[in-house]
Design a protein around this ligand. Structure first.
Ligand code: 4AD
Ligand code: MG
Length: 430
């Protein structure tokens, strides 16, 4: 017989099927053995009746342990008491490998589960998260391809910083010093002169020294960059892309969101347009509604982001942060020169910043001044300055933190569960 997935078997609902997978749960008596089988698609209860098997086969079945790999053949029967509504009445099986006692049992600490991530990745919870992550990647691509953007791949080894020297990972590169990329942006800015509208999904690296539930040392950023656009168009792309991602996940991952116990109705409401506030307006709301007084010029911290998001149930787009505290490439707003033409998107429900982006400064002298203020060596940026020398045009772009979005969609407590094998300051194995 050809094998079908458990989900295909459940959809079929009757007749004979052959399945293959891993033992999720097992229990037995003298007369019956119950094995809940798991594959990538779902779980199903398989019932083995002793009288159908030789004593040798029964003995083998009796010894089957959690996470053993096996094939099972039998007849499907509807059974409301079974975990997924059907039962497989088995009459044939093979055990490919009888697993050693599985180290993961109930109620283990999150740290232990991370120590054995190569095994805990099989959990139904993480399987569900990874399927949702797949949708996030797909939806981002899908959105920008529909908008006629071209996918482009950035280098990972870079000679200079994009987001400030304090989080750079230095690596030995033959006899030279290089860094792991913090963002593809500077290369995107070079490539728009060829392709005009581009996007990428790439790993990024930051030596984050703070221990938070929102920061990884290795994470994936989905970025876009386009020529001839400014902040208004950029905001449209950001809200369009985030709504598309959320709605696609709601549509394609209902089962996974249910496994994670996520409130789907809340996510369904996440559709463009999103509310917009300037940084100054956010300070005003914080002062009036939360009695928190932040002086103009201070960045919003996690705690302030969470306080402001108490007042919004859709993502909030915050624009015009103070120019002085922004990365060197963010363009000054000519109408409000103390601020930059930049924005962050803050997710609701306490998930913080999911997107950062801006119009890019096209003024070479301003760029040099800002870099010097950040303590950077101008000669490292000579190639980047060329972009302002040869056919300079207005352009803008943003980066979306894939794991931040996955955390929010899945309702995770910690960003470490939004990536298959997390890397943080204290966690780099397995
Ligand atoms: O706001 P950031 O630093 O922006 C940039 O890097 C720009 N160069 C992007 C661009 O304009 N093309 O980072 C963008 C997003 C953040 O909003 C956040 O969601 C995510 O990347 N991010 C992280 N996610 C997980 N762990 C970290 N350490 C992160 N740092 C940033
Ligand atoms: Mg940012």
């Amino acid at each position: 017989m050809t094998f079908v997935s458990i989900q295909e078997a459940l959809a079929k609902g009757k007749g004979r099927v052959a399945l293959r997978g891993w033992v999720y749960r097992e229990r037995g008596s003298n007369e019956f053995k119950f094995i809940v089988l798991r594959d990538s698609s779902n779980i199903i209860q398989c019932v083995f009746k002793q009288e159908k098997f030789s004593s040798k086969a029964w003995d083998e079945l009796d010894k089957v342990t959690v996470e053993s790999s096996m094939t099972v053949e039998g007849t499907l029967k509807e059974d409301k008491r079974a975990p997924t509504g059907y039962e497989l009445q088995a009459d044939k099986f093979t055990v490919l490998q009888r697993a050693e006692p599985f180290p993961i049992t109930k109620d283990q600490s999150p740290e232990f589960l991370l120590d054995v991530r190569h095994l805990s990745i099989r959990s139904r919870r993480l399987t569900a998260v990874m399927k949702i992550r797949h949708t996030v990647m797909k939806a981002f691509r899908d959105y920008f391809m529909q908008e006629k953007f071209i996918e482009m791949e950035p280098p990972i080894f870079t000679p200079n910083a994009c987001e400030g020297g304090s989080t750079l990972f230095e690596v030995k590169y033959y006899k030279e010093k290089m860094y792991l990329t913090q963002s593809w942006q500077l290369y995107a800015e070079a490539a728009i002169f060829a392709l005009e509208r581009i996007f990428c999904i790439s790993p990024c690296f930051r030596a984050e020294k703070s221990k938070t539930s929102r920061h990884l040392s290795e994470f994936w950023m989905a970025e876009m960059e386009a020529a001839w656009i400014g902040l208004p168009e950029l905001l449209k792309y950001a809200e369009g892309c985030v709504s598309h991602i959320v709605q696609m996940a709601v549509k394609e991952n209902t089962a996974e969101l249910e496994i994670l116990g996520r409130d789907i109705a809340t996510l369904k409401k996440v559709k463009a347009p999103f509310p917009r506030k300037t940084y100054a307006e956010v300070l005003k709301i914080l002062k009036e509604k939360e009695q928190v007084d932040i002086p103009f010029g201070k960045d919003l911290r996690t705690i302030e982001e969470d306080l402001i998001m108490k007042h919004f149930d859709k993502p909030l787009m915050v624009t015009n942060y103070p120019k002085a505290i922004m990365a060197f490439y963010k363009k000054r707003d000519p109408k409000h020169p103390e601020t930059a033409l930049c924005f962050d998107v803050l997710a609701p429900e306490g998930y913080g910043e999911i997107i950062g982006g801006s119009e890019r400064d096209t003024d070479l002298e301003e760029l040099k001044k800002a870099l010097q203020q950040e303590g950077e060596k101008l000669e490292n940026y000579n190639w980047y300055f060329d972009l302002r020398r040869y056919g300079n045009v207005p352009h803008a772009g943003f980066g979306l933190g894939v794991e931040r979005v996955v955390s929010w969609l899945c309702g995770l407590d910690n960003i470490k569960d939004a990536i298959p094998f997390p890397r943080t300051m204290y966690r780099f194995s397995p």
